[in-house]
Write a protein that binds this ligand. Structure first.
Ligand SMILES: Nc1ncnc2c1ncn2[C@@H]1O[C@H](COP(=O)(O)OP(=O)(O)O)[C@@H](O)[C@H]1O
Ligand SMILES: [Mg+2]
Length: 262
């Protein structure tokens, strides 16, 4: 199936127990992500991005609309989706290798095969030499690499990422963006990546979905016609294809940020 992720007419309300007034978080969202495509969702803070991701991950049930992964309706969490959050959900008592292989242990993949795959992803995310380290011995960027490798290692159909680089310093963030691009080339994974950072969305996305402020609606889709191999920060900053697309997204997002937010 070419369409790995299909969202149709998805809306979401959170009940508000105190006021009795529902919070309308998502409104009639529809989009499709093709096999091997990198889709970036960008929108202002509070527009419903994490709500969307939690629904796609199956962590938050949806009542209105449909979400299909590889043709099957999402009814809860499942191994077809790998999720990476801002807070790296890695286990402090496990080494880098044993964190990355955790999903494979749960699936009872035999040790030989498991070790081979773990090493492949240790190398892919640039953690060679750190296999035996514990999370407290790692920088924030390295912990996020562990979380990414662990998710990739389980070989999900779709990767779902919610602001994964938001908590690292600016320099590390740029490095991680370039590494994720390299990983996208190497693995050809289908990725849905959420961010409120316009530069990040334009740098990584094949297509960028721009959301309105809450209730989040899909406002526009911008295609970034830039080969993955050409996506390095030192190149794109002077590339008119990139800067034009980035400026277009920036203008669309800025319309959604209320004056009193800034
Ligand atoms: N569990 C919840 N209960 C009630 N309201 C929520 C809950 N989670 C998020 N919201 C509200 O829904 C809106 C969208 O939140 P969220 O999806 O986290 O936005 P984003 O990730 O784009 O910043 C916000 O107004 C937020 O306060
Ligand atoms: Mg969020």
């Amino acid at each position: 199936m070419r369409e790995k992720l299909v969202v149709e007419g998805l809306s979401h309300h959170y009940p508000d127990e105190y006021t009795g007034m529902d919070i309308h978080a998502l409104d009639n969202v529809s989009f499709k992500v093709q096999e091997g495509e990198f889709a970036a969702v960008v929108g202002p803070s509070g527009c419903g991005k994490s709500t969307l991701l939690n629904i796609l991950a199956g962590l938050l049930p949806h009542k209105v609309g449909s979400v299909r992964v590889d043709g099957s309706e999402v009814k809860g969490p499942g191994p077809d989706r790998g999720v990476v959050f801002q807070e790296h959900a890695i286990l402090p008592w496990r080494t880098v290798s044993r964190n990355i292989g955790h999903g494979l242990e749960i699936q009872r993949v035999p040790a030989g095969e498991r070790n081979r795959r773990v090493q492949e992803f240790v190398d892919l995310v640039g953690l060679t030499g750190f296999e035996g380290r514990y999370p407290h011995e790692l920088s924030g960027g390295m912990k996020q690499r562990v979380a990414l490798a662990r998710t990739l290692c389980a070989n999900p159909v779709v990767m779902l990422m919610d602001e994964p680089f938001a908590a690292v310093d600016a320099q590390t963030r740029i490095t991680l963006q370039e590494e994720l691009n390299r990983i996208a080339i190497a693995t050809r994974k289908t990725i849905l990546f959420i961010t409120h950072n316009v530069d990040e969305a334009a740098f990584l996305g094949d297509r960028c979905f721009i959301f309105t402020r809450r209730p989040g609606k899909l406002k526009a889709t911008v295609r970034i016609n830039l080969p993955r191999e050409a996506r390095q920060w030192k190149n794109v900053v002077a590339d008119p294809t990139f800067t034009r697309a980035r400026d277009e997204i920036l203008a669309l997002v800025r319309e959604e940020v209320r004056d009193d937010d800034s």
